[in-house]
Design a protein around this ligand. Structure first.
Ligand code: AMP
Length: 607
């Protein structure tokens, strides 16, 4: 039974969260530090150690080139797209083009695919759940923004595979949030889920009726989130600094990382106070000259800097409500999801648009993971009272003669679904057809995104329009598309899972899985070591702090010189174990350290 547990993971741009259903109750699982959110960050340290979560975040300022954040902005994206170009503008780590026109991340001379980086975060979340449950976990429901396209969904599934997780279902974040909101309650309501996270914005309109959760419409922007708000503060600081000192701080990676941290901190503070100060001493050095930043930022000014971002979310929301074919007044509740919805200007804009205050019943950072764990638990049951009906966020179809886009499945169609349509040849004597599968909303094929293509060969040479080809589209409950084309005369078929062509090959995936498996063990020991390191360093600091004040007193006593020597030796042994990362030696030196500390405290209290 234990192995059948399906955990829920909210793989966020900024933070990730894991939840389980315990009995009937969905619960967030805290990490080793007791925190419910784990930064979605990965770093490679100077001695080539992999660091995750808080450990990665803690050293980001001193190791900006080898610390990855926001990988979700790059996952499943093609290299030569405006979206990636925009993301690369402000990164402190280096990316390059991969062999499949994908994005690769360079860390200490090795390049990683984006799913590999996300796999490390997933693996960390899995370990958090395993430590809590006390047994291995193999299955998970992972959430993605509703507006994620096919390639992004498949790449997220690949990340799960690399992490050794069977991702039994990918579900949309706003849908997960609605599931957690309505779970266990008898209700008949129409709700909107407004989800503004670290990197993406999603809006979904749902109808909840006696355990059936039906998404009526969904939309969003995968490049609109908390990072953009932070950048408005960064731009404001960088611009003022450039004007005053003729220096572009963005060129200095360490400065940029410090600006990012300070901007996010200021943004969060401004959710509760009216004014904050950004204080960045020694932000830049040129020869002997040093530069500092010290600037006040008011909530009003920050609101002004971000007004257009908030407005964009309102615009998308309005459009989506139209697509759901309802009026704003028909909505019973608005659920806020994502850390950014703590910003007062966002809450005010939402309240103004919907004409009602948002629901207070859910926790914006936790509700998505809770929903994922509920879905996991439902999938684990033979029969369930609840039913989730999600939709595809984009229209899916093929390119037809004249360069036009012919949708087979319309946007906001409930999934899983399938659709078949018959096409004919367009030229006399045509013996093959190229099926170009795309998604998007434009009538012109070139304006939409190409998901994959394949050729159906061996058609009979005939007049145009005579040979008929049937094209089948099928979308799974994960929102992933498969396409097949059949020559109706010969019955010969050709099929692809579209997304297999947009990301990693099966062979590459298998290599990454093997790599990650080896790592799973190494990672665990090193994290345990990190816990001991923190403890040892704390005790050493305390000893070093006490020593000068009690030294004279000790030397005067009969056992003093010996005690000082023993204390020094225990510190040397512990520091040696730390530098060699020798856990056993560290644990055995801890005893000596603790005794020393006790003795010093005793002497100090008498002093
Ligand atoms: P999520 O992706 O839901 O974890 O959202 C993370 C985003 O929310 C990040 O951009 C955070 O900086 C932002 N955030 C978290 N707490 C606050 C807060 N109190 N005020 C404003 N933004 C916040």
């Amino acid at each position: 039974m234990a192995g059948d547990v399906i955990i829920g993971i909210d793989l966020g741009t900024t933070n990730s969260v894991v939840a389980i259903v315990d009995g009937d109750v969905p619960k967030i699982v805290p990490n080793r530090l007791g925190q419910r959110l784990t930064p979605s960050m990965v770093a490679i340290s100077e001695n080539n150690k992999r660091l995750l979560g808080h450990l990665a975040k803690r050293q980001a300022i001193t190791n900006p080139e080898n610390t990855v954040y926001g990988a979700k902005r790059l996952i499943g994206r093609k290299w030569n797209t405006p979206a990636v170009a925009k993301a690369l503008e402000t990164l402190t780590y280096t990316c390059k083009e991969g062999p499949h026109n994908d994005v690769r991340i360079l860390l200490r001379g090795k390049d990683y695919s984006v799913p590999e980086i996300s796999a490390m975060v997933l693996q960390e979340m899995r370990t958090v759940a395993e430590d809590y449950l006390g047994h291995p976990v193999e299955k998970a429901v992972v959430t993605v923004p509703a507006y994620f396209n096919d390639g992004q969904r498949q790449a997220t599934k690949d990340a799960g595979k690399i992490a050794g997780l069977d991702v039994v279902r990918i579900i949309n974040e706003p849908t997960a949030a609605a599931l957690a909101y309505g779970y266990g309650k008898e209700m008949k309501k129409k709700v909107a889920v407004y989800d503004l996270g670290g990197g993406t914005f999603d809006i979904s309109v749902l109808e909840i009726n006696s355990g059936v959760f039906e998404v009526l419409a969904t939309s969003g922007d995968t490049f609109l989130g908390g990072d953009d708000f932070d950048h408005r503060i960064i731009d404001w600081l960088v611009f003022a600094f450039a004007k005053e000192n003729k220096v572009d701080l963005r060129k200095d990676k360490m400065a940029l990382q410090r600006l990012r941290d300070a901007a996010e901190k200021a943004k969060m503070e401004l959710s509760t106070v009216q004014e904050t100060e950004l204080n960045l001493p020694f932000i830049y050095t040129a020869g002997k000259e040093t530069f500092h930043i010290q600037k006040k930022l008011t909530r009003d000014k920050f609101t002004e800097l971000c007004a257009d971002l908030v407005e964009r979310t309102v615009h998308i929301t309005k459009r989506t409500i139209g697509e759901a074919r309802i009026n704003v007044q028909d909505l019973d509740d608005v659920i806020l999801v994502g850390g950014m919805t703590r910003m007062p200007a966002v809450q005010q804009a939402v309240e103004k648009f919907f004409g009602k205050a948002p629901s207070k019943g859910v926790h914006p950072d936790e509700v998505v993971a809770l929903g994922a764990s509920i879905q996991g638990s439902l999938l684990g049951q033979a029969k369930s009272e609840m039913l989730l009906l999600d939709v595809t966020p984009h229209a899916l179809g093929i390119m037809v003669a004249g360069g036009f886009f012919k949708p087979l499945i319309e946007k906001n169609t409930t999934v899983p679904t399938s659709k078949a349509e018959v096409f004919t040849t367009v030229r006399d004597g045509q013996t093959q057809v190229r099926i170009m599968v795309m998604q998007g909303e434009s009538q012109l094929a070139e304006e939409n995104e190409l998901l994959g293509e394949f050729v159906l060969e061996g058609l009979r040479e005939a007049r145009r329009g005579e040979v008929k080809i049937q094209v089948n589209f099928e979308i799974s409950a994960d929102g992933i598309l498969s396409v097949a084309a059949t020559n109706l005369e010969s019955g010969r078929a050709q099929a692809i899972t579209v997304t297999a062509t947009s990301g990693l090959t099966e062979h590459e995936l298998q290599d990454m899985v093997k790599d990650a498996q080896q790592y799973a063990v190494a990672q665990r020991t090193s994290t345990e070591f990190e816990g001991d390191r923190v403890e040892a360093e704390r005790v050493i600091r305390e000893i070093e702090r006490l020593m000068p004040t009690v030294q004279a007193k000790l030397q005067a006593s009969s056992f003093g010189t010996d005690a000082i020597k023993r204390a020094e030796q225990s510190i040397i042994r512990a520091k040696d174990a730390l530098s060699h990362e020798d856990r056993e030696a560290l644990l055995s030196s801890m005893e000596g350290l603790k005794k020393t500390l006790e003795m010093l405290r005793g002497v100090a209290s008498k002093a």
